[in-house]
Design a protein around this ligand. Structure first.
Ligand code: GLY
Ligand code: MN
Length: 463
């Protein structure tokens, strides 16, 4: 947790951005896995963490816009709780730690919301993504649980996004810590990636490193020889010499700030010439994004320029043809990179995705696209100092997609299907780093850069 002033200032800033009414921020509860007392690892809601700091189940907060007051709700533990969980701080002390003087039992929440509704005051809440909170919102507001998401306050979403998008120095320090754990995870994967080892074994070690240094992984680890499947969580294979292993993995710091890195490395420690050719194209894309990313440019323009580097590289390899600018405008390169260049990162690995990508990654100026590939760009808007985003180009050979496009004669002016067919056994390459937008450019987050050039990767794998 940060000091109480940090949370006070954030709530004050939020109130200033809002017109009237009360703001209700719900924390998360425990989520049962297979019976009520056997729960998944607890994860607090990120906006609750941002404004109210505490990472424990059973709390909620209210900001009263006109009164300029904040309230904290939760129940003090019982003797039974103390017997099973040990002594716990009183709710009033928890509230004081985040700069709030007025705390109440959880049941008071309904009274306060009902009063606001009776007074015809607006009750602002964020889009719920957990079903128990949808039910709680129904109970508090009378809006049917299934309709609560549609009734979320756009004014509140926009205000929260504007605050959480620009990272404070204390948040950047936490992201750097999460990236340092990411360094340990990815360099461990490089050392363990040998023929005969299972994907599951390495994935399990990485998950253990994340929890041993911080809180847990920031998302379910992707570690696979079949990197052509973008989010492949199947770890059932034994590594084979000559294949590529793609590892997309990150950690949360103790305070739940995230990292997200991807490396693709040769099983056995030596890239083949064909792997080097594709790898160096993706690396050039990755490096170009870092060169271009600075305050004032749209990330959509960075994405499109990076796609041109990809398309030019694939043209040089004989897989694409024709005019590169036209190919990227038409979306032909998306056969190889059907995803976007990156997303915001912070207390969520896809930061604020629960609030709606159209508000987080887009605005009135830069609108989402519905073109295949570009439609998957999560972050398109103009960059500002303090944004933390990912830079994650990739090149994949997805046999089913290649066959489909070929059968449909898609982009035949730009794609050499005979040459592409020979890469159907290649797999996929993605290289991902997290970058902070600074006053005049950008920098990688974390103290050490995970090996990325062919020489660096082969060196660490053969140490
Ligand atoms: N690292 C997983 C993702 O960005 O979707
Ligand atoms: Mn990512």
């Amino acid at each position: 947790m940060f000091d109480s002033l940090t949370y006070r200032k954030r709530r004050e800033a939020l109130r200033k951005k809002m017109s009237s009414g009360i703001i209700l921020i719900l924390g998360n509860n425990e989520a049962p896995a297979n019976y009520p007392d056997n729960t998944y690892k607890y994860r607090q809601d990120s906006s609750f963490l941002y404004f109210f700091g505490h990472a424990h189940p059973g709390y909620a907060g209210i900001l009263d816009i006109e009164a300029g007051e904040d309230y904290f709700f939760g129940d003090d533990v019982t003797m039974d709780d103390i017997i099973w969980m040990g002594p716990q701080p009183a709710v009033k002390d928890l509230a004081a730690q985040v700069g709030i003087e007025k705390s109440f039992p959880f049941a008071k929440l309904k009274e306060m919301v009902s009063k606001a509704i009776a007074q015809r005051r607006k009750v602002h809440f964020l889009p719920p993504y957990r079903y128990d909170n949808m039910l709680l919102l129904e109970d508090l507001t009378g809006i049917r649980a299934s309709m609560t998401k549609q009734h979320a306050s756009v004014e509140l979403i926009k205000a929260v996004v504007s605050l959480r998008s620009v990272k404070e120095p204390c948040e950047i320090a936490e992201i750097d810590k999460a990236c340092n754990i990411g360094y340990e995870m990815h360099t461990a994967a490089m050392r363990l990636c040998k023929p005969g080892v299972t994907e599951q074994y390495i994935a399990g070690i990485l998950d253990g490193i994340a929890s041993s240094y911080g809180s847990m992984v920031s998302f379910a680890t992707i570690l696979t020889q079949n990197g052509q499947t973008l989010h492949n969580h199947d770890h059932s294979h034994i590594l084979k010499e000559g294949r590529l292993m793609l590892t997309d993995a990150g950690a949360e710091s103790v305070t739940n700030y995230c990292s997200d890195h991807t490396r693709t490395i040769p099983v056995g420690g030596k890239f083949t010439e064909r792997q080097k050719d594709v790898y160096n194209i993706v690396l050039a894309c990755h490096d170009h994004a870092l060169e271009l990313a600075h305050p004032g440019v749209t990330y959509k323009s960075v994405h499109l320029k990076v796609c041109k580097v990809l398309a030019q590289g694939l043209k040089d390899l004989g897989l694409m043809k024709g005019n590169i600018d036209d190919a990227v405008t038409a979306g032909a390169h998306a056969l190889f990179m059907p995803h976007g260049l990156g997303h915001m990162m912070g207390i969520d690995v896809h930061d604020m995705e629960d609030l709606g990508q159209c508000y987080v990654g887009y605005d009135n100026e830069v609108r989402p696209s519905d073109q295949f590939g570009l439609a998957s760009l999560r972050m398109g808007r103009r960059l500002q100092e303090g944004f933390v985003i990912t830079d994650e180009p990739g090149c994949y050979f997805i046999p089913a997609l290649i066959d489909k496009w070929r059968a449909e004669k898609m982009h035949t002016d730009f794609l050499n299907y005979d040459a592409i067919d020979k890469f159907k056994d290649f797999g996929g390459i993605r290289l991902e780093d997290d970058i902070l937008i600074t006053s005049n450019g950008s920098r990688f987050t974390g103290d050490r850069h995970i090996p990325i050039t062919i020489e660096e990767v082969e060196k660490i794998m053969n140490e």
